[in-house]
Design a protein around this ligand. Structure first.
Ligand code: UDX
Length: 447
């Protein structure tokens, strides 16, 4: 047992997905016995073999350890898992519908299954919604469905909490094991529900907020909205700086000197990933449904959508016609430290290059296999950055992997043009042979 005094049997529904698996592995690591329930047979097999079906720093090692110690079991059997558990986490995905609103289908299926299993269970257990759901969902959709399927009463026969996750890809294990930076938010149906969930966090040094179900749901959206608003603000400032021949990086340093100002101020080609874009769209849709015009949220999305065009306009101003030109694209993942391509800014950048007749030689240390699902054989995947650069008239930095900030790497570039979509390279350290352009970098300034 590593940290908790009291340990529990826990079921995680959607346990082989990104949030579910990280939650399962970390709860098991803290000494609990965890049943990780999922429908994906191949993922279940891998987990039970002690290996991780997703790429996330530290997760593989934890899974290997807890499977060996007999505290993590992956299974398709929700019924027996729930009957043996005193807490059930729902970690189903909540993607966007075409109109941007939240798609609750996976949550509804998971809730029905949990409800059916609760019907056969005599002991009290707490159902914890971890999935990101718009305010009101747990209260008005999940609880009524649990009660209908189980023929039992929330607050009497079972408890309900909403406990949002704040996992950042690449540091999700640390975020879960040591949530000190981000705190723990427990939305509770009643006091007993909250007390039951609190047992799982016993021993944690993190600040804990106990609140209503709806407030907990809203905290998750408000945080993601706040952070993405800062990114779009940074991008707008960088775009203005560029036109005024000011270097945004100097301005950023000045902003960060003020402790009241945030930390998500890296300008570039915008935010992607599995959370920010879809969560902001879902909140816009929910706000409109409630009769609010969410001006800041809509502007955040608009600025973000435009950033790839800002970079492509710089490329076109520098190179003119892109037909038959060869581009090295460095980075495909939505951010460094992950193989995740969801809503990656590499997608609009590469699509625009291809639409204009350019050839793409792309390199990413982790995401090439995922990227093939998006681009297939329309682009060339190289096994090193050097190989892509050797073929290229120009290069575009799309993801700020550490290795791309090494100025010596660019000695391999055949052409002269470097377009930095993340401002991750210091142009002063480049050879004078190159012409450097970056978002928020005074236009056309030579290195
Ligand atoms: C985010 C939140 O940080 C996390 O708390 C939440 O629960 C899930 O969503 P994640 O999507 O893993 O985490 O990545 P994050 O590091 O927040 O970056 C998101 C996107 O914003 C990336 O595309 C990143 O490149 C971009 N970004 C981030 C910027 O463009 N500028 C910044 O200053 C920071």
């Amino acid at each position: 047992m590593r940290c908790c005094e009291i340990t529990m049997n826990v079921t995680v529904i959607g346990g082989a997905g990104y949030v579910g698996l990280t939650t399962s592995a970390c709860l098991a690591y803290k000494g609990n016995t965890v049943y990780c329930v999922d429908i994906d047979q191949s993922r279940i097999k891998r987990i039970n073999e002690g290996s991780s079906p997703i790429h996330e720093g530290g997760l593989e090692e934890i899974i290997e350890a807890v499977v060996k110690e007999g505290r993590l079991f992956a299974t398709q059997d929700a019924g027996n898992s729930i009957s043996a558990s005193s807490a059930v986490f729902i970690c189903a995905g909540t993607p966007s519908k075409k109109d941007g609103s939240i798609d609750l289908r996976q949550i509804i299926i998971a809730t029905r299954n949990v409800g059916r299993s609760l019907a056969k269970k005599d002991e009290y257990c707490v159902v914890v919604v971890k999935s990101t759901v718009v305010p009101g969902t747990t209260r008005s959709r999940i609880i009524p469905l649990l009660e209908k399927m189980s023929k039992k009463k929330a607050g009497v026969d079972f408890g309900v909490c909403m406990n949002p996750e704040f996992l950042r890809e690449g540091s999700a294990v640390k975020d879960l094991l040591f949530p000190r930076d981000q705190g723990i938010v427990i939305g509770q149906f009643d006091e007993k529900s909250g007390d039951s969930l609190l047992e799982l966090y016993r021993g944690s040094e993190a600040e804990i907020l106990r609140t209503t179900l709806d407030s907990a749901e809203m905290v998750k959206y408000a945080r993601n909205a706040y952070l993405s608003k800062d990114i779009s603000f940074a991008n707008e400032m960088a775009n203005i700086c560029q036109q005024l021949d000011v270097d945004y990086l100097d301005v950023k340093k000045g902003l960060e000197m003020d402790s009241r100002i945030g930390r998500f101020l890296n300008a570039g080609i915008g935010f992607g990933g599995s959370c920010f874009p879809k969560d902001i769209r879902a909140l816009v849709s929910k706000a409109k449904e409630a009769g609010i015009e969410p001006a800041i949220l809509e502007a955040t999305l608009r600025v973000n959508e435009n950033q790839p065009s800002v970079l492509m306009n710089i490329v076109k101003r520098a190179l003119g016609n892109l037909k038959e030109k060869n581009f090295a694209v460095l980075g495909l993942a939505f951010k460094p430290g992950t193989s995740d391509m969801r809503e990656s800014r590499s997608i609009p950048i590469i699509e625009r290059l291809l639409a204009q007749g350019a050839h793409v030689y792309a390199f990413d240390p982790e995401a090439a296999a995922e990227a093939k699902k998006f681009f297939g054989r329309r682009i060339n995947y190289t096994s090193t950055a050097e190989e892509a650069l050797r073929k290229a008239d120009a290069c575009i930095i799309v993801t700020e992997w550490q290795m791309f900030s090494d100025p010596k790497l660019y000695d391999y570039l055949k052409g002269r043009f470097i377009f930095d979509g993340r401002r991750s390279l210091d142009p002063r350290k480049l050879s004078h042979r190159f012409i450097y352009h970056g978002i928020g970098f005074p236009e056309g300034t030579k290195s």
